[in-house]
Design a protein around this ligand. Sequence first.
Ligand SMILES: C[S@@+](CC[C@H](N)C(=O)[O-])C[C@H]1O[C@@H](n2cnc3c(N)ncnc32)[C@H](O)[C@@H]1O
Length: 209
Amino acid sequence: MGFNHNDHYHPLLLDLLPPGPGVALDVGCGAGRFARRLAATGMHVEAIDRSGPMIDLARAAGSPGPGTISYRQADVATQKLPVEAYDFISCLASLHHVPFDTVTKLRDALVPGGVLAVLGLGRPSTPGDYARALVASPVNALARMVVYAGERLNGGIDPLPSAPIVETYPPMSRIRHDAARLLPGSKLRNLLFFRYLLVYRKEEDDHPM
Ligand SMILES: C[S@@+](CC[C@H](N)C(=O)[O-])C[C@H]1O[C@@H](n2cnc3c(N)ncnc32)[C@H](O)[C@@H]1O
């Protein structure tokens, strides 16, 4: 599979889990690698993806426990979500497939005190964004070589089925603006490998209208 930018950031995302096992929603779960990491912490995980083959693949990998995983084929843009149901909601490289304001639905689906974590992709739009992309490129090439060599030595890895992918990403300036508007108090930081991390913690007294 090669060096995977999303998997690389799993530990950073797991650090954001609220205390206690709780219930999580992983949006655009793909092959279910992050859902399994959540279940390994004891969380009960609902994992959704628009792609049927991805859900089949994820389901086939089972759950490591002690938490459970329930996989469902669903489009987050059209799927109705329960209000105040999840302690943790994650979107790893999936939010750019849907309108950004889908985050309001995700915000409302959090219990008070719950956390929404978006590992997202955006187009560079400031000199700082471009400088970061420039630095990331050689580091990325090195990481890919190291992981590829390791996989060859271990006999290679089966390729994943293809999922619906969009190759255009919103500009970071718009993401920053919309995040501040729709998720007040959220924090957005740029990560090295072509990703941003957006974290929103729902206030204890913040209930949907
Ligand atoms: C780049 S992959 C990331 C998969 C996984 N989160 C990971 O980290 O490996 C994006 C995933 O989002 C899913 N996806 C795209 N649009 C979606 C939507 N509207 N609702 C739910 N999932 C969607 C795709 O099927 C794909 O599996």
